[in-house]
Ligand binder design. Structure first.
Ligand SMILES: C[S@@+](CC[C@H](N)C(=O)[O-])C[C@H]1O[C@@H](n2cnc3c(N)ncnc32)[C@H](O)[C@@H]1O
Length: 376
């Protein structure tokens, strides 16, 4: 993303609107500057105070070259603080009114309060540790994209030469930096950036990216890995290396206190359990060392192996973290099964087939899944 983008290319602006009514409270803007590089903080405050301003005006006001201001404004836009108005050929920047409340514009973040839960998921951590141990050699340069508080960066730093940890969320990033410093791991460099845009060192040997979720739909695993592979080529090693997603037929009781709630949901923790009506049919496979399409469009036919009612489908994703390792299935913080309800109940006998047409954009969010039973 550069400052020369057309309005159509506005960073995530395709789906977001914002008005310039300065409704972000002044104290919040001021507080935020404490977490920004000093120069960026001053630019943010200057734009906030002027309500709407051009790069040229900022350059005069802050007495800095226009090229520097352009870079800083572009960085603030990437981080989601600013929007832009186009008047003829002039761009006027303003602080987004929805900045304080929006989901971070660069994709789903896992806030600080969940990072300990991620670290506590033993099955997930063991699989990642094994993959790092077998993949990262002394002398290797590793990029950890979506590093969180650095759980797997710290593991990799103990096997390799250098780790570039990239995390977008301010609080998570700050915490990660502190952890690494306190652990005395001076071969980890923490960077607060959007992993879909970050420039990776050409000498990177291993890309780690645990931005996995069921179906790879909500998180940015595939767009981020595509960006990394585009820069580094297909000979780089990756953790994980493969993912496969399948679906099975299920019956779920959607009724609670005489009211039916046919809602998509994760089947995890203590949520109500569904009953399987078929085996899993894999329909989407990915190898992360290659560029992958970010669109999934499939007609999946699944054969019932149990007689009964079918009123939903369950998506399951399995991950191979390193060559030779078994695929890792669901655990509380890694790919819990995603149940998608059907509008109707379908009685089935053993051997009956149900075809589900399903499409979604990888990294596009759960709300972008479109599916229906197409053979009934
Ligand atoms: C599932 S967590 C994994 C954290 C850590 N790698 C681990 O395995 O414990 C994914 C992390 O990616 C971060 N993230 C999400 N979108 C991002 C983006 N566009 N660029 C960089 N980091 C991002 C989230 O904030 C979150 O901390």
């Amino acid at each position: 993303m550069t400052d020369n983008d057309s309005p159509d290319d506005l960073f995530q602006g395709k789906t977001q609107t914002s008005s310039k009514d300065n409704s972000v409270p002044p104290l919040q803007v001021f507080n935020e500057t404490k977490y920004l590089d000093d120069k960026l903080g001053r630019v943010l405050l200057a734009i906030y105070e002027r309500e709407e301003v051009t790069v040229q005006d900022l350059s005069v006001e802050l007495d800095r070259p226009e090229s520097h201001i352009k870079r800083q404004v572009s960085e603030l836009r990437k981080q989601g603080y600013l929007s832009v108005d186009y008047e003829a050929d002039t761009k006027r920047y303003f602080v987004r009114s929805d900045w304080g409340t929006q989901e971070f514009p660069s994709g789903p973040i896992i806030p600080l309060v969940y990072q300990f839960n991620l670290l506590s998921d033993t099955q997930r951590m063991e699989a990642l540790h094994k993959a790092i141990k077998t993949t990262v050699d002394t002398g290797d340069i590793v990029a950890d994209l979506g590093a969180g508080v650095g759980g797997i960066s710290c593991m990799a730093a103990r096997y390799g030469k250098k780790v570039h940890a990239v995390e977008i969320d301010r609080e998570v990033y700050e915490q990660g930096r502190q952890v690494v410093e306190q652990a005395g791991l001076d071969n980890i460099e923490y960077l607060r950036a959007d992993a879909r845009e970050v420039d990776l060192p050409a000498e990177t040997d291993v890309i780690m990216c645990e931005m996995l979720d069921t179906g790879l739909i909500a998180e940015l695993q595939v767009p981020v890995m595509n960006h990394a592979i585009e820069q580094l080529g297909e000979n780089v090693q990756t953790i994980p290396i493969r993912a496969k997603t399948g679906m099975r037929l299920i019956q779920t009781d959607y009724e609670f206190y005489n009211t039916e709630f046919r809602l998509p949901h994760f089947e995890e923790y203590n949520s109500r359990k569904s009953e399987p009506r078929s085996e899993r049919e894999d329909y989407h496979k990915i190898t992360f060392t290659e560029q992958n399409s970010e669109l999934v469009e499939e007609e999946v036919t699944v054969e019932a192996t149990e007689a009964g009612i079918v009123n939903g489908t369950q998506l399951q994703t399995h991950i191979q973290f390193a060559p030779g390792m078994d695929y890792t299935g669901a655990s509380p913080w890694l790919n819990p099964p995603l149940n998608l309800p059907f509008e109707e109940d379908y009685p089935v006998s053993v051997g009956d087939e149900i075809t589900v047409s399903i499409s979604y954009e990888l990294g596009g969010g759960l709300q972008n899944i479109v599916y229906r039973v197409s053979n009934r």
